[in-house]
Design a binder for this molecule. Structure first.
Ligand SMILES: Nc1ncnc2c1ncn2[C@@H]1O[C@H](COP(=O)(O)OP(=O)(O)O)[C@@H](O)[C@H]1O
Ligand SMILES: [Mg+2]
Length: 268
């Protein structure tokens, strides 16, 4: 593998995480290959965000290591970009200035080439909105800016970035993400609890089980690319969704029971 391609490879090796007595992640091992799209699915509370925070260096693992390329993650890492469900936009800055500042912060204050920002705007379908302020943007547009802020590095981590969007906007953003991924060849780790979203987007889907969060299975999605939205109506697509759902079904029920007992407990 070339040195450059090697840099886009992400290795998570024996990741363990405990919060006090709660074992949240247990022996998590996986590799995202260069330019691969990997999704992580699992029920609420199974440790997806914790895993992502560990990969991005925002949270230390109790044990194990994360390596984008050759180097081990020891703290917030310039080689990894992260986007979360809620955007991190500054309301008093225009789209263009938000992107410029975001890229500068990521580069620890180093000035960003104006041409670079100008090239990102059309890539994310934001050209007409470059002088708009966040409050003038729809949810989907805000998420485009949020993704643009994270795209600079070679490994892109996305934590349920479309969860707050309505169904149609969400589908538009899924196709947009695939287009951007195709054009930029990033390695993507995408977290979602929506199984059809994971199947539609991914080369492989990592299915997590809960308490403790372990990898139940890694499912390879052999659907041809480029993928049109109509693939979601194909029998092959639905077989994948069904299969992953079966893996998660027990966990979903257990999570629901937990929640009910918590609500019951609150009333005591
Ligand atoms: N900082 C923390 N301190 C203690 N427990 C935490 C902390 N962050 C997350 N947890 C617990 O770890 C578990 C996994 O959380 P999280 O990674 O947010 O799950 P998910 O993103 O899959 O919904 C939950 O039970 C949560 O309460
Ligand atoms: Mg989460």
């Amino acid at each position: 593998m070339s040195a450059d391609a090697q840099n886009n490879r992400l290795v998570v090796n024996k990741g363990f995480k405990k919060f006090d007595d709660l074992q949240v992640l247990d022996d998590i091992d996986f590799v995202a290959e260069p330019a691969e799209f990997v999704s992580i699915v699992g029920t609420s509370g199974c440790g997806k965000t914790t895993l992502l925070r560990i990969i991005s260096g925002l949270e230390p693992a109790t044990k194990g290591e994360v390596m984008p390329g050759e180097e081990r993650v020891r703290g917030p890492n310039l080689g990894i970009g992260t986007a979360f469900q809620s955007d991190r936009l500054m309301p008093w800055r225009t789209v263009k200035k938000n992107i410029t500042l975001g890229l500068e912060l990521r580069r620890r204050g180093k000035a960003v080439d104006r041409a670079k920002v100008d090239a990102l705007l059309p890539l994310f379908g934001l050209k007409e909105f470059s002088e708009s302020y966040p409050h003038q943007l729809s949810g989907g547009m805000k998420q485009r800016v949020n993704l643009a802020l994270a795209i600079d590095p070679k490994v892109l981590l996305l934590d349920e970035p479309f969860a707050a969007l309505d169904a149609q906007t969400r589908e538009v953003m899924q196709t947009e993400l695939l287009r951007i991924w195709g054009e930029t060849k990033k390695t993507v780790v995408f977290i979602t609890h929506q199984i059809d979203e994971a199947v539609y987007l991914s080369d492989r889907v990592v299915v997590l089980r809960r308490r403790p969060g372990r990898i139940r299975e890694i499912v390879k999605i052999d659907l041809p690319r480029p993928r049109e939205l109509s693939v979601k109506r194909s029998p092959e697509f639905n077989e994948y969704v069904e299969y992953i759902w079966e893996q998660l079904e027990g966990d979903v029920k257990a999570a629901e029971l937990d929640e009910r007992s918590m609500i019951a407990g609150e009333g005591e």
